[in-house]
Ligand binder design. Structure first.
Ligand SMILES: [Zn+2]
Length: 579
């Protein structure tokens, strides 16, 4: 029973997408390296193998391990050709002799490829043992390339071991695997082991660029660089992704935006915008942005991993001395990099001037999103989980509840194992708010006669503080109107009291209606919050008759009061629902 040769393991994307029926060869098959010189990113492995060919010191069992798409099978094939080549050129197969041509045409019986994923039984290995009893009629070596060798059954491994123990001089085994830990030690100890490393993004990029040129196509560097990065060290993945993009835009120059569209990814501008929402503790803004991302058709897992990558770059810039990271290191265009640096500066300053706090804040985001990323596969609640993470980022106060719960498992004293990073973020948020409030109070002290009396300190002829300028009624509204037009009202308050803006944005203050003519201002129990005059005065200008009641929110935790979210989530709810 002859062994199965490996068939086509990849399907050309072009045919599938465009419906073109002509024979199209996928890029990664077409440009599969034919000599050692063509192999990219595995210099150490290639040098050693070439030396063995040149000096004739060829082993009988090789083990190629490493992640997918790093060139294991390609190198195995080149090696198989090289050992049989009549005139190897600097260790590489010449490509011209009878043996080289026969192997290339697939008519040579000396090179046998076996996919252990589908031929993993003991019988398959026994077939090999049967075959290796006979010396090859032509050529020097019979080479068996066993792909995904970790898939072999225990019995098959035992059978293989017997062959490896006493290999005929003319037989070479090349075992390839992505999971080295699944290979029995007895096999490992009989093989020369070669580790194939992830190929650097820059190397992949250079290769893509040169192939695109050879194909007579056009693609921007930014587009190719993005594809290279998405491939995560796998040349095969990079070429498949490029194939996918090129076939989607046949006859058009491939641009960065095209690649994003095909791969369902987001532009870095979106990540930057999201980070800014998080840094400003704007839950509403973050959720709104997420909604836009989803509406644009992006996939959540991809968005989250892109965001993590962006945060990683921000962190890199923040933690490098004098922010000396260059656009190359973070793999970005100059424009994107400029924005990234701005974000890094912003994040560094977000810890209330304490750079360390800013850094730990970004680390915390990365941790939260990484844990989210792990949960996103295999759940139907992708959106909910993502929203929860955004709330955890923007409402550190709420997060303490869930962190405490996680920590509580297996310990009697949850506080003892408390999440200090969450606490640090809460303190940072508090400090930022206190600062805003102090500035606010100072500004109120500066303008004692301001809006309450209706006379502007500027003495402008037309009243710039009039609600009429903002399309709001001048004193005639009722409480319900205020609530219904809250966005507009907030804009007005922010305009006449610029410092109130951040406070209202962060939902530190909650305004609700009681009856037609009473507004209840709900504020945390904090000395600086006891006189929300900044809110009362402008509100009175819109709704003269409205009664404004202050209600102080008490928290039972014994912690300082923290602003609560606009969306009402009571403690019992978020403790069970936030984990
Ligand atoms: Zn040759």
């Amino acid at each position: 029973m002859p062994l199965t040769r490996i068939g086509v393991s990849g399907v050309s994307c072009l045919c599938a997408v465009s419906g073109v029926k002509m024979a199209y060869q996928a890029l990664y098959r077409k440009w599969r390296p034919k000599t050692f010189e063509d192999v990219r990113g595995q210099e150490a492995v290639v040098r050693t193998l070439k030396n063995q060919i040149k000096t004739g010191r060829i082993g009988h069992a090789y083990l190629f391990c490493g992640t997918r798409g790093t060139g294991k099978t390609s190198v195995a094939k080149i090696f198989a050709r090289a050992v049989n080549c009549e005139n190897p050129v600097d260790g590489s197969p010449c490509g011209e002799c009878a043996s080289c041509r026969a192997i290339a045409a697939g008519t040579d019986m000396n090179v046998v490829e076996i996919d252990a994923a589908s031929n993993n039984g003991v019988d398959n290995i026994r077939d090999i043992r049967e075959q290796v009893r006979y010396r090859p009629t032509e050529g020097k070596y019979r080479v068996y390339i066993i792909d995904e060798v970790h898939m072999l059954s225990a019995a098959a491994f035992n059978a293989l071991l017997k062959t490896l123990e006493e290999p005929p001089s003319y037989v070479i085994f090349i075992l390839a695997t992505t999971e080295i830990q699944k290979i029995p030690l007895t096999i490992l100890s009989r093989c020369q082991r070669y580790d194939f490393h992830r190929i650097p993004t820059e190397t992949i990029f250079e290769q893509l660029k040169s192939l695109v040129e050879k194909e007579g196509l056009a693609a921007s560097d930014q587009a190719l660089r993005y594809v290279a990065r998405q491939a995560d060290g796998s040349m095969r993945d990079a070429l498949s992704l490029l194939d996918e993009c090129l076939s989607y835009y046949i006859g058009k120059d491939l641009e960065y935006e095209d690649v994003l569209k095909v791969l369902g990814a987001a532009d870095t501008a979106v990540y930057s915008a999201m980070l800014r929402e998080l840094l400003a503790y704007r839950t509403g803004g973050a959720l709104e942005l997420l909604n836009k991302v989803l509406l644009s058709g992006q996939e959540l897992p991809q968005f989250v991993s892109g965001l993590i990558w962006y945060l990683r770059n921000v962190l890199l810039v923040m933690t490098s001395a004098d922010m000396s990271v260059t656009a190359d290191i973070v793999d970005m265009s100059e424009d994107d990099f400029k924005r990234l640096k701005e974000d890094a500066a912003k994040a560094a300053g977000s810890g209330n001037g304490d750079r360390k706090q800013g850094v730990s804040r970004i680390i915390r985001y990365i941790e939260l999103f990484s844990s989210l990323s792990g949960k996103l596969t295999g759940t139907t609640q992708k959106r909910v989980l993502t929203e929860v993470t955004l709330i955890r980022c923007t409402k550190p106060a709420m997060d303490a509840g869930s962190a405490e719960k996680e920590d509580a498992e297996g310990t009697d004293s949850p506080r003892a194992a408390g999440d200090t990073s969450g606490l640090a973020a809460r303190v940072a948020a508090l400090e930022a708010q206190t600062e805003q409030l102090q500035a606010l109070i100072a500004s109120l002290a500066d303008r004692p006669a301001a809006p309450v009396s209706g006379t502007s300190a500027k003495k402008a002829p037309a009243d710039p503080d009039s609600p009429l300028n903002f399309g709001l009624p001048d004193g005639t509204a009722d409480a319900e109107y205020i609530i219904q037009h809250w966005d507009q009202v907030r804009e007005y308050i922010t305009a006449v009291q610029p410092l109130a803006g951040p406070l209202l944005d962060g939902s530190a203050v909650d305004v609700t209606v009681r009856g037609k003519s009473e507004l209840v201002i709900d504020a945390p129990d904090s000395p600086v919050m006891e006189a929300p005059a900044f809110l009362t005065a402008p509100l009175k200008r819109i709704a003269k008759g409205v009664k404004i009641t202050k209600e102080l929110r008490k928290e039972n935790s014994g912690e300082p009061a923290i602003p609560q979210p606009a969306m009402k989530v009571d403690t019992a709810d978020h403790e069970s629902g936030m984990v």
